[in-house]
Each structure stands twice: as structure tokens, then as C-alpha cells.
Design a protein around this ligand. Sequence first.
Ligand code: NAD
Length: 319
Amino acid sequence: MTAMPLKNVLITGCSSGIGLAIAVKLAKDEQKRFKVYATMRSLAKQDDLVAAAGRCMGKTMEIKQLDVCCEESIRNCVSGIPDRKIDILVSNAGMGLIGPIECQTIEQMKTVMDTNFFGLVRLLKEILPDMKKRKNGHIVIISSVMGIQGILFNDVYAASKFAVEGFCESLAIQALKFKLQLSLIEPGPVITEFERKVYEDGLKMDLSAADKETADMFTNVYLKNYKSIFQSLGQTAEDVAEHTMKIILAENPPFRHQTNTLYTPMTTLKYADPNGDLPIDTFYKMVFQHDKVFNASLNFIKLLRWRSNKSFDLGKPQS
Ligand code: NAD
């Protein structure tokens, strides 16, 4: 019996969080169906991945340098893969940005767009032509529920994920002609470096350019509830990796996949009202009028998760 050929998977942003978890999950597949090219911007940050991959290193996993903001680095990485053959691309690298836009520079905003949106575009400019030639390939993009719904003080981050979703929706039509598949993975809150860094940057933010009401809203409403939202609704990176693997293995993978059922009622509001007022009104009321009910609901969800042994502390890996 001849063994099934391994599928080459290239994943971006694997030094931490969701990228690391997906790389390890696929490399440790018991049926050994994948050869994982786990890429990261700086190879100096590979220790956590190497430790988590264990004996897979050098067998089903190889680590390579790739900066999604640098075309040359993408070209070098792809050219170093035998026959440049990538069966599955997981575009995961990304960054967040929160706060009032008055207090953010255009440069900061451009960096977010450059990483989250143009990072994907650069990858596809290099990888898509080969996939089209082979008429084979699956492009999996780690988007976000914020790719379909904006959230208070996440204006630019949501815009970058909306850009990703619009781009993919357009490309998916062409991709069908070449028998290629595109899947957007849309997690809600996930407890990773991302959430810690974004929160710490928020705490350090110079709010002097914002009026008092806006600054107060950011500090005393948004940041105050931030940790509690992640503790109640947050998933682990491993959970998102499990969802991603299911999508990769699906015979007919869906175009969109939300990973967090606790969050789906929020995104459903978007589809329920073509005028778009329903989700905006609901978020407004939740944050500014019914904040006590909102907080009580979050605490209730936290309690339910704790009772079902699914609780976790922020920052601590799940045992
Ligand atoms: P993370 O910060 O742990 O991982 C992001 C990774 O991207 C890091 O390893 C970082 O070094 C890398 N990266 C950043 N810029 C890069 C560049 N120019 N080139 C290559 N790599 C680069 O956070 P995460 O939560 O694992 O985020 C992964 C993806 O998931 C992101 O696209 C993020 O937008 C998305 N996401 C995260 C959450 C969340 O709450 N954490 C929710 C929904 C979607």
C-alpha cells in the first residue's frame, strides 16, 4: 500500500498564540498527514514553538523566517520549500490596536493595515499563482468576529479585518474557477499574547488628545470590562487550532467559520437587520444603559464555565 503524500502547510505568525497552536496540532497529527512549515518574523522567538513541538521538530515540522510585511522574506521562504508546493496556507499573523482614534497616529494605523490586510495580500501574490497552476490549494485565513462586526474602540483593527473579509469574498469567486478553497476562521476573544499586549498598550496610552468623556469611556468602560469579557467568553488558542484543523480536513470546507458559540448571538444581530441598526443599538445599550445586566451576564457565564471545568485564569496556560 502506498502512503498518502503529506500535505505541505505554511503557517504565519507561529512564535505564539493561535499560529503556534495550529502548527503544533497539525505537526502532531497521529495520521501524519501534514508537513508543517511554521514561520515567524524573528527566528530568535522560536523557543516556545520548539518546546511545544517536541519530537516533531525536523520531521513533520520545520521552522522558517517569514515577515508578512516584507515581500523578499515571503519569496525566500516560499522558494525554500520543495517545488514551492504549498497545499494549505494558514494566514494567521496579525496585530491589534485599541483606543480612541484621536490618540492613535496614522503610522500606527498603517502598521495594523499593513500587517493584517496587506500581509495576506503579499502572501497570496506569491502563493496563489502556484496554487492556480496546480488547481489545488486551501487558503485558510484567521480573521475575527470583528471582520463582520465592529466593536467599541477597535475601529482600525475591525477595519483591517473587514478589509480581509471583503478581499476574500471577492477572491473566493475566482478561486472556485481554479478549484481552490478559501476559509475564513472567525474567533471571538482568544486568550493569547495579543489580548495581553493590546490591554497593556491600552493602559499605557496617552489619552491627552481625546476629550474627557471619550478618555473616561475608554478607561472606565472599555478597559474596565476588557479582562472580564476575555475571562467569560475567551477561548484558548488550542481550541481555535482544533476548529481550524476540522476546517482543513473538511471535504467541503465552509467559507466562514465562527469558533465561539458563546459569541454567535452577537454576530447573528448583524444578519437579522439589513439596516444595520440592530447590532449598533444593542451594543450601545449593553455598554451604556444595561451595563449592570451585561456584567452580571458575563459573571454568570464565567460561573457556568467554571462549573463545567472549563474555567481558566488569564495568562495561565490551561492544564
Ligand atoms: P499573538 O500575538 O499571540 O500572535 C500573532 C502572531 O503574529 C505573533 O506571533 C506575532 O509575532 C506575529 N506577527 C505580527 N506581525 C508579523 C509580521 N509582520 N510577520 C510575521 N508575523 C507577525 O496573537 P493571536 O491571538 O495568536 O493572533 C493570531 C491571529 O488571530 C491574528 O490574526 C489575530 O488578529 C487573530 N485573532 C485573535 C483574537 C484574540 O482575541 N486573540 C481574536 C480573533 C482573531
